[in-house]
Design a binder for this molecule. Structure first.
Ligand SMILES: NC(=O)c1ccc[n+]([C@@H]2O[C@H](COP(=O)([O-])OP(=O)(O)OC[C@H]3O[C@@H](n4cnc5c(N)ncnc54)[C@H](OP(=O)(O)O)[C@@H]3O)[C@@H](O)[C@H]2O)c1
Length: 420
């Protein structure tokens, strides 16, 4: 019998979007030439201005989405972003039996479940390893490495832009110029609301909650708190308390529900999360059986994100499919028991501390410390009260009562304090 060599046809890849990540994916595919992958199409609007000479001469450049969707490409790699038209094109690709790889966290957070069902029905796959924490393999880590554990808590830094701003503020820089610098470096959009408002991080948290905690979460159920209220004074007080400040996304099983939050948070300097600087992301996953696991690295940027995309493509070429993770609807709330930092700005007068202490005592909340730095004018006096772990609903009632007083210059800034 003659020995026959079977040649497996490479997966034909069509890139949708030739921007920061798309061009980096093309670069890796062209330079590394991973076995079993062949770049055949690049789709982008006004594609002529995108053409580069380092991509193979056989690659078809197109600005006609229909033409590429109807081509012989096996996998659509969507790197345009946004819900539309990306969502419609992904749906069409999956409906025709093609597979999809995407880095689009917003789309996966809102429509991931539905698109996964469609992929399974039509015999294709949808992979999105780059959608959370860019180049850090958190998603494959949860889908495979930690599939054997029951995750009780996820917390960490999911937005590099906020991390850049807050780690610069930690060194003494004020918010506005740091945001401008982040924009000048291309880390933040012209409209930074998605990042600084916490919307980007909550979409990523919703994806991680589904993969790690097996619950369906509509990102809108998580109310993010913006980092814009954090001032250099808060960093100074945080330092006195042995902490720094980071935008933390957090989900934890508490009794019958899952408490989920995104917002500026005090992080003890002893915690590895406090070590993350600039655009780094870090995710701590606490498993019931395996204990804590930390993922850390470059959470964004063209090439780190492209590595995650190409890794998904290689997994597809090797026949790997997404592990089917059962998930169910869960009650998502904000009620948790955690320590808090509350910074007040007041027009000074006698009795303010007694008034605040009284409102907290009425809700059975124990004060841990009262910190007031010298040198501030009585016309605008910042001071901080930290409270021991308490129910967030009780603290909200106490703060609502305190807010009625006319000695406050603005609303108190309330931040959770992570345990070390
Ligand atoms: N950049 C990162 O660090 C990073 C990290 C993790 C995940 N992601 C995700 O990766 C995806 C791509 O991000 P990116 O930073 O590469 O974005 P980008 O630089 O803005 O690139 C997007 C590309 O898609 C094209 N495009 C957008 N809408 C289109 C449309 N309707 N029709 C045709 N072409 C269209 C854009 O063309 P124009 O040039 O004409 O605008 C551009 O070339 C997003 O989902 C993002 O959330 C990015």
């Amino acid at each position: 019998m003659s020995a026959e060599k079977t040649t497996i046809r490479p997966l034909r890849i069509a890139l949708f979007g030739f921007g920061t990540v798309g061009s980096s994916v093309a670069r890796i595919l062209t330079e590394m030439k991973p076995e079993g992958l062949e770049l055949t199409h690049v789709f982008n609007r006004n594609v002529a201005r995108k053409k580069v000479d380092w991509v193979g001469a056989d690659v078809v450049w197109s600005e006609n989405a229909d033409e590429v969707l109807n081509s012989g490409a096996d996998v659509i790699v969507e790197l345009m972003g946004g819900l539309d038209p990306a969502g419609g094109w992904i749906e069409r690709a999956l409906a025709s039996g093609k597979s999809v790889v995407t880095a689009n966290k917003k789309l996966i957070a809102y429509r991931g479940l539905e698109l996964e069902k469609l992929a399974a029905e039509k015999g294709g796959h949808i992979k999105y390893g780059a959608a959370v924490a860019g180049g850090i393999p958190v998603i494959p880590g949860l889908e495979q490495g930690l599939a054997g554990d029951k995750v009780d808590r996820i917390e960490g830094i999911l937005n590099g832009t906020c991390n850049f701003i807050l780690s610069e503020m930690e060194q003494g820089a004020p918010f506005e110029p740091t945001l401008k610098e982040a924009q000048a470096r291309g880390y933040a959009e012209a409209d930074p609301t998605e990042d600084v408002g916490g919307f980007d991080a909550r979409a990523k948290l919703a994806i991680l909650m589904r993969l790690a905690m097996r619950v369906h979460v509509n990102p809108d159920e998580i109310e993010p708190r913006p980092i814009t209220a954090v001032t250099p004074i808060d960093f100074s007080y945080a330092r006195d308390l042995g902490c720094t400040i980071r935008q933390i996304s957090r989900a934890e099983r508490v009794g019958g529900h899952i408490a989920a939050s995104v917002g500026p948070t005090l992080v003890p300097l002893a915690s590895p999360i406090a070590w993350s600087r600039e655009m780094m992301n870090m995710v701590l996953v606490s498993g019931h059986y395996g204990g804590d696991v930390i993922f850390s690295g470059h959470g964004a940027g063209g090439t780190p994100t492209a590595v995650a995309v190409v890794s998904d493509l290689i997994a597809l070429a090797h026949g790997s499919r997404r592990v089917e993770i059962p998930s169910e609807k869960a009650a998502i709330g904000t009620e948790s028991e955690i320590a808090h930092y509350i910074r007040f700005r007041v027009k000074d007068r006698p009795g303010i501390v007694a008034d605040i202490a009284g409102a907290l005592a009425k809700e059975k909340i124990n004060i841990h410390a009262i910190v007031q730095k010298p040198g501030y004018s009585g016309e605008d006096l910042p001071f901080v009260v930290t409270v021991e772990p308490c129910k967030s609903s009780a603290l909200k009632r106490a703060l609502d009562a305190i807010k009625k007083n006319n000695y406050l210059i603005d609303d108190p800034l309330d931040m959770q304090i992570l345990s070390a």
